[in-house]
Ligand binder design. Structure first.
Ligand SMILES: NC(=O)C1=CN([C@@H]2O[C@H](COP(=O)(O)OP(=O)(O)OC[C@H]3O[C@@H](n4cnc5c(N)ncnc54)[C@H](O)[C@@H]3O)[C@@H](O)[C@H]2O)C=CC1
Ligand SMILES: N[C@@H](CCC(=O)N[C@@H](CSC=O)C(=O)NCC(=O)O)C(=O)O
Ligand SMILES: [Zn+2]
Ligand SMILES: [Zn+2]
Length: 392
């Protein structure tokens, strides 16, 4: 890393206004491993924030875009969207964070001014979605360069770099007491599942819940359902080792569809819940599972929440009769949580012992070994791998 870089997290930095050279994992092409590179990170422009990233999680959505299956995926790009760090400097007009603040990057921004933000109906924000999807900052340009080429930004966050630049609406300050090597996970997986249960579905006390897929997202749904005092929480997973994980997070039942004899998973769930579940969640990204999750809902009121990201070209289907008879199909990004308004409270809940975060971390890697983080993520025993961005 550049020897001029201040890593103290203090309020002034010797790098303010200058280009910083630092290490980043660059995805040059779809389907290829990431390469550790020295990249140049330009200073933040107006309403932008430069963050020194200390820790990042690796999410399946990073692997999905790297695979080439994401219709919005373009290369070369700096991936990563589950990051925590310290603000190094801010551009003109930034008032919501300041240098030295401990922050989490937000791939779902919150401008508080657009039609979406003001609707009271969604956490999706429209202000920078178009440029974010094209991999550039709101002014249409990149802040990253490597070997003379511009690199694209990812999900407005690009946390696989020791320094990143984000829009000021894509970052939230949190308490400095919270350990960043854990709070980074609140930037996606945990908040997504927990929010889907408590904010999007608003699971009620005593209700029956089925969660398809017991990864970080599904186990976080379980955590949310426990918090809402659901009566029955059934985890469905093809991997038998997930039974123990499901129980650890408070599930009441576990079903492995691969072990069912002469019965579909839909029939099994309907039998276990006296006619169907009040709420089901897809946390797999498999469109066949999404259909089963809908059809396992109770007639008249059951709601199925799609969280998993399905590959390009995949479509969901069911008999319209399933909806005519009162089942509801919906979905959410980032759990329906508004990051700037609600994330600090989630961090506080974690600090008070009310929200599990540490329990999700099964693996740790250093930036130079980030490809191993992708490898372990594909193994059945990894819930989340946290990558340390700075040398020890
Ligand atoms: N909507 C959103 O905002 C977000 C969506 N995601 C997406 O959520 C999904 C889940 O993410 P993670 O929990 O990190 O993934 P994960 O891979 O760790 O967990 C998925 C689980 O589903 C199980 N599974 C796979 N196929 C199955 C099937 N046919 N039936 C039952 N279980 C099955 C696997 O054994 C695994 O335990 C991914 O598609 C990811 O891209 C992730 C974060 C945010
Ligand atoms: N780019 C993909 C869709 C990927 C996707 O659905 N992303 C989720 C978050 S997944 C996090 O790990 C999301 O926020 N979606 C809402 C959005 O506005 O992107 C595609 O084009 O299919
Ligand atoms: Zn994610
Ligand atoms: Zn907005």
């Amino acid at each position: 890393m550049d020897s001029m870089i201040s890593t103290t997290g203090g309020h002034t930095s010797s790098t303010e206004g200058k280009t910083i050279t630092c290490k980043a994992a660059v995805a040059w092409e779809a389907g290829k491993q990431l390469t550790l590179e020295d990249i140049e990170v330009a200073p933040p422009k107006a309403h932008e924030v430069r963050i020194e990233i200390y820790y990042t999680g690796v999410c399946h959505t990073d692997a999905y875009t790297l695979s080439g299956k994401d219709p919005e995926g373009a290369f070369p790009i700096v991936l990563g969207h589950e990051g925590a760090g310290i603000v190094e400097s801010v551009g003109e007009g930034v008032t919501s964070v300041k240098p030295g603040d401990y922050v989490v990057a937000l791939y779902t921004p919150e401008c508080k001014e657009c039609k979406f933000c003001k609707s009271g109906k969604t956490n999706l924000c429209g202000k920078i979605r178009a440029t974010q999807g094209r991999g550039v900052m709101p002014d249409g340009t990149s802040r990253f360069k490597c070997r003379g080429k511009d690199l694209l930004h990812f999900m407005g966050t690009s946390t696989f770099s020791q320094y990143t630049v984000v829009a000021d609406i894509s970052v939230v300050a949190i308490t400095k007491d919270a350990p960043m090597d854990r709070t980074c996970l609140l930037g996606c997986g945990i908040t997504t599942g927990y929010g889907a249960a408590v904010e999007t579905a608003k699971v009620e006390e005593g209700s029956t819940v089925a969660v398809f897929g017991a990864g970080c997202v599904g186990l976080s749904v379980v955590q949310g359902a426990v918090q809402r005092k659901a009566g029955k929480i059934i985890v469905v997973d093809l991997n038998p080792s997930k039974k123990e994980w499901a129980e650890k997070f408070g599930a009441t039942d576990f079903v492995n569809p691969g072990e069912l004899k002469n019965q579909s998973i839909v029939e099994k769930l309907i039998e276990m819940t006296d006619g169907g579940c009040d709420y089901t969640f897809d946390c797999t990204g498999n469109v066949g599972v999404m259909r089963a999750a809908l059809e396992a809902c109770h007639k008249g009121w059951g709601q199925s929440i799609v969280i998993g990201v399905a590959a390009a070209g995949q479509e969901i289907s069911t008999r319209p009769f399933q909806l005519v008879t009162g089942r509801v199909w919906k979905g959410c990004a980032f759990g329906g949580i508004k990051g700037r308004t609600q994330l600090p409270d989630l961090v506080d809940d974690y600090m008070k012992g009310k929200l599990k975060v540490d329990e999700f971390i099964t693996h740790r890697k250093h930036l130079q070994d980030i490809n191993q983080a992708f490898d372990v993520m594909k193994q059945g025993d990894c819930i989340r791998c946290v990558v340390t961005m700075r040398d020890a």
